[in-house]
Design a protein around this ligand. Sequence first.
Ligand SMILES: [Mg+2]
Length: 283
Amino acid sequence: MKQVGFLLDMDGVIYRGDQLIEGTITFLERLRALSLPYLFLTNNSQRARRDIVAKLRRLGLPADDHQVFTCAMATARFLAGQRPCGTAFVLGENGLANALHVNGYSVVDSDPDYVVVGEGRTFTFEMIEKAVRLVEKGAKLIATNMDTTCPTDQGLRPGCGAIVAMIEKATGVEAFSVGKPSPVMMRMARKEMGLATDEVVMVGDTMYTDILGGVQLGYRTVLVLSGHTTEEDLKSYAYQPDLIVPCANEIPTDWILGEGRGSSDGIRAAASPLALHAEVAEV
Ligand SMILES: [Mg+2]
């Protein structure tokens, strides 16, 4: 019998800011009752894994360290694989610096192997100047992700991609990005759960990260409308999710179990007005 596991984007799927999205607790209880593993997957590199677990618990959701995977972790693991025990100049916050340290990296101010850019609200224009000069001298430019904006309770603020764009424009060097939708992070997350490609369901609220990443890796994809994407927005995308639901708790159990447990009946049953298409490609 095949397994099924879930990669769950956080903001817009689990919560919005500090507010749980309706049905989240029930949805996770359903997954646990079915013994289905899940991993929280975020492109926010600000917080360390432990801090995210603390936030989830504060919101009333049981979570352990091994259920959280961030783009900061993916970036640090990727760099450790490319150049073990390297050095990095970091534009970002604790989550990114911690992940680099855990993976054997030193955070330095001069002559780094890499300039690594993540989410942040505390760095200064002088630090961006420094990053530009280090890249000009040969440091490789790495982005934890290329999200251009980051949602907050007060509205949008510039995301990692917007900061990276300043450095790219100034240097003429294109960054390598590790976070969603990069296959680097999407594949690492699957391996973290110990699942095969056709056993993974990606649930997200953003087309160009969550859904694109899932489509590229051959995962089943679910777009929730509890974030910032509307059905109207879908018309402009060449790729589409396998299922669209108002929120994660509206994902039908028979759809969850259908393909993953070797039966297509559940998939067909999910062909609600919100389901764009019911066929799941062989991968
Ligand atoms: Mg999101």
